[in-house]
Write a protein that binds this ligand. Structure first.
Ligand code: C2O
Ligand code: CU
Ligand code: CU
Length: 495
């Protein structure tokens, strides 16, 4: 498939959005520029890179989001070994500051936009009033500010925040505007999970480099498969390593990639101990060989290194996988399923760690199939540069679905395309009920409460949904950010 043939099949509407989208990125305006970019790329996206050096993992600076100003600006950040990369930064840091709150706390943040583009931030997984949720219609121009003020009602868990600017979410998130939000509560405290230096918040991202620094230069095929790259980054550091004790660790992982799916596992074949996901702790801990995590999903798991020898290195990897019906045909930019060494754990110190791994964790609750009063279905199609939900492309002010507040519904997500989608709903969490086709079952890491679910080609996923926090206009979209920016998003009016 070439860029030129895609273009000839575009509808007038998608052609218009394609041009607008291109205007927001660095390169590319016409199909002529597309081939020029492709030809001049010094390292092709699939090419292994030249160095095996690894860099020390960084942890994000922490902040309390109470009367906090987040200043968004352009700058540079160290991506390892002193290599300075241009980036969009919040308060000068890559990744963005980690915000720690307790359930029930006030959340008061002022966004100051100085990035030279419109900007609005979204608190992914929290459920604030709709004016506080970062809908793109609230984006402010560079030079302006936006005030957020609401109460955190989310369960203890790992959430995150990122831009939601109309047609610019992919670029702005990729260039560095993304951080974690960790919500704590008394129930979780009582479990005595690994904390302090043994709790590792980790944003995993793949990056494409030019001149040794990440670049966001999507062309032709990237607008179909999504923007991927061969280099693993953790918390903004290229090819990171972390020195660890022979102890039990908790990892709170966000897949902060624009489009790349990871199948997380340990290089030594030992399991990960799953304890939570998008909506906080699951009911019981569970040993799993690997965890699939699509864009925007979170995985909370324990890594047991108590038997590891000092001097040993254990890689947290993305294991190879194949997607039915997908991949391959779009050329080197589609790296979906290719293995990636994400974070090397270097065991440097022998300690005695008497920690217990709790079995019973929580009662996630959430909407139940038996309470459902209505069904809806959503068909995800990606054909010739058009990414549509039920045949529609996003419009800022059009209401696509009206959903009664407080009523439980069954929503079916149907993937009618050859690329995966990461289906995300704002303002609530849902329960995953079943999966037909593809992987054919609800996965262990999809139990409990989710706000994003991976929908591979040929899969139909049914979920139970209920809005219990606020009425208002909220978003429903694919979290492959190129798909979202090209219109794979709907407005849901909760009323
Ligand atoms: Cu994480 Cu609407 O997004
Ligand atoms: Cu969200
Ligand atoms: Cu998608």
């Amino acid at each position: 498939m070439t860029a030129a043939s895609d273009e000839s099949r575009e509808t007038p509407r998608s052609r218009r959005s394609f041009i607008q989208l291109a205007g927001g990125s660095f390169l590319l305006a016409t199909s002529g520029a597309v081939s020029a970019v492709a030809a001049s790329c010094s390292s092709s996206p699939g090419e292994p890179s030249e160095t095996t050096d690894r860099n020390a993992l960084r942890l994000a600076p922490e902040a309390v989001p109470r009367d906090l100003t987040l200043h968004a600006g352009l700058g540079t950040a160290d991506i390892g070994s002193g290599v300075m990369a241009p980036a969009m930064l919040l308060n000068g840091s890559l990744p963005s500051p980690l915000l720690r709150v307790r359930r029930g706390d006030a959340f008061r943040v002022t966004l100051q936009n100085q990035i030279g583009q419109p900007l609005i931030l979204h608190w992914h997984g929290l459920a604030p009033p709709d004016t506080m949720d970062g809908h793109p219609r609230f984006a402010v121009p560079s030079g302006a500010t936006y005030e957020y003020d609401f109460t955190v009602t989310a369960r203890a868990g790992t959430y995150w925040y990122h831009p939601h600017t109309h047609m610019l979410t992919g670029e702005q998130t990729y260039r560095g505007l993304a951080g974690l939000i960790i919500v704590g509560d008394a129930e979780e405290d009582a479990l005595d999970l690994p904390s302090g230096a043994r709790e590792i918040p980790l944003i995993l991202q793949d990056r494409r480099l030019a001149g040794g620094v990440p670049v966001y230069t999507p062309f032709g095929p990237d607008f179909m498969a999504g923007y991927m790259g061969p280099e693993p980054f953790g918390n903004g550091i290229r090819r990171p390593f972390l020195e660890v004790d022979s102890a039990l660790y908790r990892f709170r992982v966000l897949n902060g990639s624009n489009a790349r799916i990871f199948r997380l596992g340990r290089s030594d074949g030992n399991p990960l101990i799953l304890i939570g996901n998008d909506g906080g702790l699951v009911a019981q801990s569970e040993s799993v060989a690997s965890i699939d995590i699509g864009p925007a999903e979170r995985a909370d798991f324990l890594v047991d290194l108590r038997a590891a020898a000092v001097g040993s290195n254990i890689m947290l990897r993305s294991l190879p996988f194949t997607i039915p019906g997908g991949g391959g045909f779009m050329g080197g930019a589609n790296l979906q399923g290719q293995p990636l060494d994400l974070l090397e754990l270097r065991v440097t110190r022998r300690v005695e760690d008497p920690s217990q791994i709790p079995v019973q964790l929580s009662v996630p609750g959430g909407p139940r199939e038996a309470d459902a009063v209505r069904e809806r279905s959503f068909r995800f199609t990606s054909i010739a540069m058009n990414h549509l939900i039920n045949g529609a492309s996003f419009q800022l002010d059009r209401v696509d679905e009206r959903v009664p507040f407080g009523e439980t519904e069954i929503w079916s997500f149907i993937n009618d395309s050859v690329v995966p989608h990461a289906v995300h709903l704002h303002a609530t969490h849902f329960s995953v009920l079943s999966r037909m086709g593809g992987r054919g079952a609800v996965q262990p890491w999809e139990r409990g409460l989710k706000d994003t679910v991976l929908l591979n080609p040929q899969e139909t996923v049914r979920v139970a949904v209920r809005f219990t926090e606020f009425t208002g206009l909220y978003l429903f979209h694919c979290h492959l950010l190129e798909h979202e920016d090209m219109g794979m998003m709907l407005n849901i009016l909760v009323e």
